[in-house]
Design a protein around this ligand. Structure first.
Ligand code: PLP
Length: 426
């Protein structure tokens, strides 16, 4: 994104005015080149320090097929959270062991379909093993370990490791899980954890890698298991607010590889494939959300009403996430600023997505607002509450732009519903 001298904001080489006029608002826009750069930077760094390395893109963060195809072209496998994400991966041409299935609290149906698709299970609990084995025996199996510690940049809400997390197997139960799987005749193994969410500190990744390796190392040594892969999950952070520093990916890869190889030696494990399954790092800062100001209320505070609300971008209302925003045409260095709130159009008072923030004074009806870092956990978490429609998605490459998802219409609001005959008007 860049702001030109006339204060017009460009996403790659396309102005947001052109995008809004062509596709309407609200619209998610993704920069193809940024996604590729993000992937290549990270892939280069990890391969430099540990050659046998692979990324599985966690497609939950942005499941638009065009976006996922970019990452497929770059060489990523897919981390799937559900059967439909496995099916989506297959539509992209990615299947079998290029897909890891890290769903949690799986139903028998999930297990059955997961098994028949030939993907790699990251089982979230040992209780699932018995059910899995009743249905079939996978070629290769991995358990999701909760290393007992986790960190997130959006408070406790998004902690996906540690005592407060619903995910993963308690460190004390991991050995028994692998023992049971081995006893059942499974011969190929991996191991998995999700280390945290949006962490920008290389030392954190080194620390949590050591925690996992101490758990897994003992399993390998005691049960004589040669792990085929060890999957360190996602959680590579991006800066959301201007005062945060970006993650030093080179340092992160170097520190992870250091600890990883040290621990392999300590526990006498054969070097497995090192896997990570990030999403935010690839797509987060490559995505923007363009919205429009529709009405302004000067009351207890200045409330700018936009068509971006909790239904379009759920993160702020859901867990207090910060998104930096720009107002098109008004962002000159010396502009006077005033504190305002921004809200959406939903009938809930949690539908504020910016509170008490300094934005250029003089914002007017019709202005376009551009939300940064909207490429991950944006569109995929939008919903239809209040009969509001899910937004459009657009991919930009240089001066070219492509609609990659249509805005919903009224037919989507009633799609799939049925009215019993006795309720139909005569
Ligand atoms: C199992 C698993 N892997 C990978 C990811 C991707 O995380 P991130 O976007 O923080 O890289 C998530 C996100 O919730 C996850 O649950």
């Amino acid at each position: 994104m860049k702001i030109e001298d006339n204060q017009e904001i460009y996403i790659e080489n396309v102005s947001v005015t052109e995008l809004a006029e062509t596709y309407g608002t609200p619209t998610y826009v993704y920069e193809e080149n940024r996604i590729r750069e993000n992937y290549r930077r990270a892939d280069r760094a990890f391969r430099k320090y540990y050659e046998n390395f692979k990324f599985y893109y966690a497609i939950k963060a942005n499941s638009n097929p065009a976006v996922a195809h970019i990452l497929r072209e770059e060489g990523a496998g897919i981390d799937a959270a559900s059967i439909n994400e496995i099916l989506l991966a297959r539509e992209l041409g990615i299947d079998g062991e290029d897909v890891v299935f890290s769903g949690n609290y799986l139903s028998d149906d999930d297990i059955e379909q997961g098994l028949s698709s030939g993907v790699i299970f990251n089982l979230d609990d040992v209780s699932l093993l018995e059910r899995l084995l009743r249905i079939g025996k996978p070629e290769i199996l991995s358990f999701r370990v909760n290393p007992g510690y986790g960190r997130s940049n959006v408070g406790d809400f998004v902690t996906n490791a540690g005592p407060a997390a619903k995910f993963g197997i308690h460190p004390d139960d991991v050995l028994a899980a692998y023992k049971a799987a081995k006893k059942a005749g499974i011969t190929r193994f991996g191991a998995h954890m999700m280390p945290g969410s949006c962490v920008n500190d290389p030392e954190y990744f080194a620390h949590i890698t050591a925690l996992l390796m101490d758990i897994i190392g003992k399993v390998g040594r005691e049960l004589n298991i040669d792990f085929e892969f060890i999957d360190l999950g996602g959680g590579l952070g991006i800066p959301y607010s201007p005062d945060e520093l970006p993650l030093d990916i080179e340092m992160t890869a170097a520190r992870i590889a250091d600890v990883f190889t040290e621990k392999l030696k300590e526990y006498g494990l054969k070097p497995p494939r090192l896997v990570m399954e990030p999403a935010r790092y690839f797509v987060g800062d490559a995505g923007y959300l363009i919205g429009r100001v529709h009405s302004i209320k000067r009351s207890y505070s200045v409330i700018i009403g936009t068509d971006v609300g909790m239904n379009i971008l759920a993160r702020p209302a859901m867990y207090g996430a910060y998104h930096h925003i720009y107002v098109n045409g008004r962002e000159h260095a010396s502009c006077v600023r005033e504190k305002v709130d921004l809200c959406g159009q939903i009938c809930e008072n949690t539908d504020y997505w910016v509170k008490n923030r300094e934005l250029p004074k003089g914002i007017a009806e019709g202005d376009l607002v551009v939300v940064e870092n909207a490429g991950a956990y944006g569109y995929c978490m939008s919903y239809q509450y209040n009969g509001r429609l899910k937004p459009a998605e657009v991919l930009v490459n240089g001066a070219q732009h492509y609609q990659i998802r249509e805005r919903e219409s009224f037919s989507d609001v009633v799609s799939g519903t049925h009215i019993p005959d006795h309720l139909r008007p005569a």
